[in-house]
Design a protein around this ligand. Structure first.
Ligand code: BGC
Length: 401
């Protein structure tokens, strides 16, 4: 894990206007940053780099929850709420410049508090995905975690980072607008050792990328694995399934799971299986294949072992040929969980008033592998007091003809 935590506040240029709404608008002139999508398509209403703050509600803890709306001048808009650091909506243009929200979510705070079992859009911590039987041993000490996905601990436990109200600081420079979220997790919270100082910096750039920079330091040896749990439907949230989206994952291997979705420890080849997305394939083309791992997961719910070593590398690409929207995911992480929304069962009503059914969205969660604290042959998730957890993931959007 990497170098010292740098100051989060250096790019801050915020002005508070009253208590209800905060607006930051860059005086960028007409230039802005060039990028592959920098020409506005017809129908796209160009704005300017800007961030607004609105009151969103009150969390069960009594804390006020805000919604920050980040906009760039190339028709991309991201709404983030301070409850769970959740990406509540993510609007991007199609090939004709028509903007639509492509992230699944809810329209109000109560729904996020009461029924976000799918973890729509949330920051996941302290440990993304499962830890077997809710326990792990570190430096000879065994830690017990709350079990919330029988018999395992899922996504940091029932009161994981997705339920916390994060402190927020807007940030802006000439080519981007951002939100810096911070949360201190006390020693022993949800069973994890060490006081963990956590930051997640969201940055919306002028080339239609949303960058997520995760930083953490600890007071005692611990394990950390942070991610964002957005579900995408590039045709638009609430428009049906993602079966015809074409997915490419840069991975030769994946980690098969047991009946409780814990990795068996095997690093299996994707070649010759329905898990092979090394060249783009429609998500639905093989999802009903009788491969035992698809039966276990009720579809895709597996960690892929990314090719390409350390550094920021292309991990996955998702294309909706109908709208022309393309999502490129880059990450410094060694793995990505491809979850095809198998447990969406039609009981939740999403942002635009439609119910969500199986595969109405998919999640691509960059991460260290599930259950790494109990698996010796997986890359380590241990963080020690003299180290900084430092990972980056980018969701970059473009269009294709
Ligand atoms: C997990 C799924 C789980 C989903 C929502 C994914 O990361 O792999 O098994 O159902 O999150 O909790």
């Amino acid at each position: 894990m990497q170098t010292a935590l740098s100051s989060p506040k250096k790019s801050l240029r915020a002005v508070l206007v009253g208590s209800a709404v905060l607006v930051l608008a860059a005086s960028l002139g007409t230039g802005g940053a060039a990028g592959s999508v920098s020409r506005a398509a017809p129908g796209c209403n160009r704005g300017s780099l800007n961030i607004e703050r609105h009151r969103y509600g009150t969390a069960p803890s009594g804390a006020t929850v805000h919604l920050y709306k980040l906009t760039n001048s190339h028709c991309m808009r991201v709404k983030i709420i301070t409850y769970g650091g959740i990406i509540q909506s993510l609007s991007v243009p199609n090939r004709n410049g028509r903007t639509r929200n492509v992230a699944l979510g809810f329209s109000n705070l109560d729904d996020y508090v009461e029924q976000n079992d799918p973890y729509f859009g949330a920051i996941i911590g302290r440990y993304a995905n499962r830890i077997a039987n809710g326990e792990f041993t570190l430096d000879g000490v065994t830690y017990e975690l709350p079990v919330n996905n029988d018999p395992n601990t899922l996504h940091g436990g029932p009161k994981g980072f997705h339920t916390k109200v994060w402190d927020a600081q807007p940030a802006q420079d000439a080519n981007s607008v951002g939100l810096e979220l911070s949360y201190t997790s006390r020693d022993g919270e949800q069973g994890f050792p060490g006081r963990l100082e956590t930051e997640v910096r969201y940055t919306l750039t002028e080339n239609n990328a949303l960058r997520m920079h995760y930083l953490a330091t600890t007071s005692q040896p611990t394990v950390v694995n942070l991610t964002n749990h957005s579900y995408f439907n590039l045709g638009g949230e609430g428009t049906g399934t993602i079966y015809d989206h074409r997915l490419k994952i840069n991975a030769n291997h994946y980690t098969p799971v047991d009946s409780t979705l814990i990795p068996t420890g095997r690093i299996a080849r994707v070649a010759g299986t329905p898990f092979d997305f090394r060249t783009p394939k429609a998500v639905g083309a093989r999802i009903r294949n009788s491969h035992p791992q698809l039966l276990t997961g009720l579809g895709y719910d597996h960690n892929y072992v990314l090719n390409g070593g350390q550094g920021l590398k292309p991990a996955a690409r998702l294309t909706d040929t109908k709208s022309g929207r393309v999502l490129h995911i880059l990450t410094t992480e060694p793995g990505i969980q491809f979850y095809s929304g198998n447990f969406l069962d039609g009981t939740l009503i999403g942002t635009s008033g439609h119910t969500y059914r199986q595969s109405d969205g998919l999640a691509l969660e960059t991460q260290h592998y599930p259950d790494s604290p109990n698996q010796r042959n997986f890359p380590s998730t241990v963080l020690r007091p003299n180290e900084t957890y430092d990972t980056t993931t980018v969701f970059k959007f473009s269009t294709t003809g």
